[in-house]
Design a binder for this molecule. Structure first.
Ligand code: NAP
Length: 290
């Protein structure tokens, strides 16, 4: 994407005071906005303006990662919007106790945050068997007051169980691939049974599948777009949701979801879109980024 695709114009971002935007309680006593902006693949040199635009439009959260290479841009935007709830992630090659401490320092410096709201293990990488040691480092950082909440991404039940059995500390949330074509009902239920929130990554299925008959007809019925229906589907189920867009029009579109809800028939129709082979990203059991 070229820089010219995004024309920052803060004057046109409509500031919206949106009382309907939920915050969800987390199991450590803190709260998280239910809706935010993802910035995976957002170009580093455009990130600051894009995040500023979203914050001005009313977004209350941004989700980045060391791996995305754009934490500095998020940090620039945070200078102007210090209340924006921010999550970042420990990359696979930085797993391990000491490596995790070092990686966190670098992320916090790039974000220019003394305290990071939410720090997540990006992938369990079971083959390296370092996720429990990394978790202990994150518990240490939380106890030191440098991280407000700690969580994980892409963890399967056995990974969650081990973390909890070996440290006694639960992640506040598990960020997993989740969209209408890959609904993760069992893992969502497992998270819920442990009071761990589910956060959906690739909530729009990376934009694929939005033109299917079921989503488009529900969109038509509500006078909304397929993207908005999909985001509403997440919100109505209690998922934390972080759609990514690097374009003003879609940043606005994705936020304009707080004035309608889906009914039981809509939900039942979307439930039929779930597919066993609907995953678009790596399989957490076998993903190897070393
Ligand atoms: N923990 C993990 O392992 C993990 C993995 C992947 C992602 N994530 C996080 O989750 C966030 C969201 O996931 P994602 O970026 O993979 O995918 P996504 O949010 O499902 O989809 C983003 C794609 O859809 C397009 N799009 C955005 N809004 C749209 C709309 N209303 N209608 C049609 N197309 C639309 C975007 O294009 P434009 O940008 O051109 O608008 C982009 O190509 C990431 O940014 C990242 O923060 C985490």
């Amino acid at each position: 994407m070229s820089h010219s695709d995004f024309t920052p114009n803060l004057a046109t971002a409509t500031p919206r005071v949106d009382e309907e935007q939920n915050h969800l309680n987390l199991n450590d006593g803190t709260r998280i906005p239910q809706f935010g902006l993802g910035v995976y693949k957002t170009p580093a040199d455009e990130t600051a303006e894009i995040v500023r635009y979203a914050a001005k439009a009313g977004y209350k959260m941004v989700d980045t990662a060391a791996f995305y290479g754009n934490e500095e841009g998020v940090g620039d935007a945070l200078q102007d919007f210090p209340d924006l709830y921010t999550s970042t992630k420990l990359w696979a090659s930085d797993l391990g106790y000491d490596a995790a401490l070092r990686a966190f320092d670098i992320s916090a410096r790039k974000l220019r945050r003394d305290v990071v709201d939410l720090y997540l293990i990006h992938w369990p990488m079971p083959k390296t068997d370092l996720f429990v040691e990394s978790w202990k480092a994150m518990i240490h950082l939380k106890n030191e007051g440098r991280i407000r909440s700690i969580g994980v991404c892409n963890f399967q039940p056995e990974h969650l169980t081990r973390l909890i059995e070996e440290t006694g500390v639960k992640p506040v949330l598990n960020q997993i691939e989740l969209h209408p074509a890959f609904q993760q009902k069992e893992l969502r239920a497992f998270n819920e049974s442990l009071d761990i929130r589910t956060e959906a990554w690739s909530p729009l299925g990376r934009g694929t599948g939005l033109d299917g008959e079921i989503i488009t007809s529900i969109a038509h019925k509500h006078g909304k777009t397929p993207g908005q229906v999909t985001i509403r589907w997440h919100l109505d189920q209690g998922n934390v949701v972080i759609p990514k867009s690097a374009h003003q029009k879609r940043i606005d579109e994705n936020f304009d979801v707080f004035d309608f809800t889906l009914d039981a028939e809509d939900m039942a129709r979307i439930a039929t879109l779930d597919r066993a082979d609907g995953r678009t990203g790596p399989n957490p059991y076998t993903a190897d980024f070393s």
